[in-house]
Design a protein around this ligand. Structure first.
Ligand SMILES: [Zn+2]
Length: 120
């Protein structure tokens, strides 16, 4: 759901639910906003130089990227977040890393964006 589609989607929902209660409208808006929130989060997180500037933590060599991989996360509200980032390998000591994950403080393998529970 792109930003520009949220208002038309809500208008369509409203047209299909002309007698909705305030509570139902609140739920419908919340659902759309949650999707948008997850999209914004991924978009802002991707704006990083981490992939281009990554160096090996062990030997300091510049890492060589080995293609892009997708990581699926879940926001605290349960919304799926799709994060595409580079996989990089040290040419000297070899271990592969995801520089953006490292910069963002994402734990390896964790399906969650944050360990704490947010205010939502
Ligand atoms: Zn290294």
């Amino acid at each position: 759901m792109a930003y520009a589609n949220v208002k038309p989607a809500l208008a369509a929902w409203r047209a299909a639910h002309p007698r909705a209660t305030m509570r139902e409208i609140e739920d419908a808006v919340e659902e759309q906003v949650a999707k948008l929130w997850a999209e914004f989060l991924a978009e802002v997180a991707r704006q990083s130089q981490a992939d281009e500037q990554a160096h090996s933590e062990r030997c300091g060599s510049k890492l060589a990227t080995r293609g892009r991989r997708t990581r699926r996360l879940r926001a605290n509200g349960g919304e799926p977040i799709v994060l595409e980032r580079s996989h990089a390998v040290c040419p000297v000591c070899k271990p592969g890393v995801f520089p953006l994950d490292r910069e963002l403080g994402l734990l390896p393998g964790s399906p969650l964006t944050m360990a704490h529970s947010g205010p939502r």
